[in-house]
Write a protein that binds this ligand. Sequence first.
Ligand SMILES: C[S@@+](CC[C@H](N)C(=O)[O-])C[C@H]1O[C@@H](n2cnc3c(N)ncnc32)[C@H](O)[C@@H]1O
Length: 177
Amino acid sequence: MLKSQIFALSSIEIAILIALTIPTLWALFSAPFVPTPMKAVRKMLKLANIKEGDKIYDLGCGDGRLVHAASKEYKANAVGFELSPLIFAIAKFLQPFWRSKAKIKFRNFHSQDISDANVVVCYLMPGTLQKMLDKFKTLKKGTRIISYSFKIPGLKLIHEEPRIREQNICPIWVYEI
Ligand SMILES: C[S@@+](CC[C@H](N)C(=O)[O-])C[C@H]1O[C@@H](n2cnc3c(N)ncnc32)[C@H](O)[C@@H]1O
């Protein structure tokens, strides 16, 4: 039944299906969408020591909560990249409710230039963080990288915020280039 339905699709429909499925699976395996609790978002941004106008990137921004909070509460120039089409659509839908100036882009962060970053935030799987290591190392001196939950071995750790079990908050790791 399913097989005959798939064969009944036009080539345009198949192309759309592939175009939606590939980035969804890629994003899912790099880091599935699990939003950071807002309490942890506020902690991460505080630890990032953001100044007005700082460039901040969220690699895999999910619904955009980190970039919106950074833009509204710290007046940062915040950009989030999201590859999963469904999550990106949710983020775009929610954007007007935040009333922030943050930008959310439908992009694979692996292929983005983030060399102007002052702050990078991420909540990614250890294997994905490992793949980003070389790029992180080329960032400007003084750039802060704030990782939620997972460590980034190979970077200079400047602060570790311990897990708070009762509030369901994972550790926060702060690095400086
Ligand atoms: C654990 S969630 C974190 C979401 C958000 N940063 C937060 O803290 O609430 C990771 C997000 O990264 C996205 N993602 C995974 N790989 C990606 C890639 N290569 N490019 C862009 N986004 C990606 C996933 O779709 C998911 O929404």
